[in-house]
Design a protein around this ligand. Structure first.
Ligand code: FAD
Length: 353
């Protein structure tokens, strides 16, 4: 059986790994000249937003014999709104390294697969279909997907990312919920180690002058750091295709609508989508059922996003204040509570007032 994977990123490499476990060696087509490439930066996996999954790395290891390692657990999140602060502590998730970092998820996966990667190529579907039995679209964007099928764009965001130098606790994430810094979005500092971190702001207000907001954040966030390098990510699209699979063409990762639109977290669903597509190809498992189940999570996440977009600074102040209450602590600790579902139920009436 011949399988082509278009895009050797997080989802494509997970797909290759799982196919190879079932003795199918795919060919990967990658537009970059070499991998891993790009800005080395940390990303977060926040357990509260992923429930019922509490530890994706344990699941990958136990169910799929895939051992991947984050660079740190998250044991503390500090929240700042315009007038309030809150701290939550516990097993709150993980910090991963991405792209060219020496311990990036991509690098770990590349060391585990044997399939050939053909670099510096953007293959055409019409060429692939002549040679391959299955095609997996894993491009991290929606360009191919939109050529194949109806696609609903739900969120378009601008981001500024910066590598910063300063003093950081490697297990502590800082988040600002403040429309003055990131209208309808959020800002965060995610440590890479004790001295370097990623500072980022993301806002769905496309065309807004994100650079001005960034400068305002750097001056007024109350943290001392030196900016080493800044990158813009413009018009990052989050949306959903009508189907996860059309015949023998599978859509995985961001290309399959697996990034969650509330806060743009994608790593967990994206990795799972690669594995599930591989299992559908190798074992005949039902990818459509997985796609539908993830779409339910997506819709909940989108509801959260729409509520978030209506939050004013005084709402963020109330929210951050509430995080300090004992009831909030219980919710964080009780891993059986679906936080997103509860949060959307609690926020809806407050925002109607
Ligand atoms: C700035 C930023 C911060 C983020 N932070 C977080 C976070 O903190 N937590 C979280 O969970 N998620 C986060 N995400 C989302 C997460 O990174 C993505 O959901 C995930 O990386 C998508 O994986 P993927 O496999 O779909 O795409 P990618 O990992 O982007 O891989 C796509 C690959 O396909 C290649 N490619 C593209 N087009 C073609 C083509 N036509 N032909 C061949 N190759 C092609 C690319 O070069 C790339 O190698 C963030 C995203 C961004 C942009």
């Amino acid at each position: 059986m011949k399988v082509a994977i278009v895009g050797a990123g997080l989802s494509g490499l997970c797909c290759a790994y799982e196919l190879e476990r079932h003795h199918i060696i795919p060919t990967l087509f990658e537009k970059e000249k070499k991998l891993p490439s790009g800005f080395s930066y940390p990303e977060a996996i926040i357990e509260l937003l992923e429930r019922p999954i509490t530890d994706i790395f344990q699941i990958l290891s136990d169910r799929y014999d895939l051992q991947l390692h984050p660079i740190s657990p998250i044991n503390k999140i500090e929240f700042y709104s315009s007038k309030e602060t809150a701290v939550i502590e516990g097993n709150l998730g993980f910090i991963t390294a991405r792209r060219s970092h020496e311990n990036s998820l991509e690098r770990q996966l590349l060391n585990k697969i044997q399939g050939e990667i053909i670099y510096n190529i953007v293959p055409k579907y019409s060429d692939l279909i002549k040679e391959y039995d299955y095609i997996v679209i894993a491009t991290g964007d929606t360009a191919y997907t939109q050529e194949f099928q109806p696609f609903q764009t739900d969120v378009r965001a601008d981001m500024v990312l910066a590598q910063i130098e300063g003093e950081f606790n490697p297990d502590t994430v800082q988040m600002w919920l403040n429309n003055d810094f990131a209208p309808k979005g959020y800002c965060y500092i995610l440590p890479m180690n004790k001295t370097t971190a990623l500072a980022a702001i993301g806002s769905p207000l496309i065309q807004s002058n994100i650079k001005e907001h960034w400068n305002h954040f750097v001056k007024n966030c109350g943290r001392q750091f030196t900016v080493l390098e800044t990158r813009d990510a413009k018009d990052y699209i989050m949306g959903r295709p009508a189907s996860g699979r059309i015949g023998n063409v599978f859509f995985i990762g961001n290309a399959g609508g697996f990034i969650m639109p509330s806060f743009g977290f994608g790593q967990t669903p994206v990795m799972l989508s690669g594995i599930k597509a591989a299992r559908a190809i190798a074992l005949g498992e039902d990818y459509d059922a997985f796609f539908k189940q993830m779409q339910r999570d997506y819709v909940l996440s989108l509801t959260m996003r729409r509520l978030w977009e209506r939050m004013e600074n005084h709402h963020f102040d109330s929210l951050v204040k509430a995080l300090n209450r004992p009831l909030a602590k219980k919710i964080f600790e009780n891993k059986r509570i679906n936080f997103l579902k509860l949060a959307t139920q609690l926020l809806s009436p407050i925002l109607k007032e």
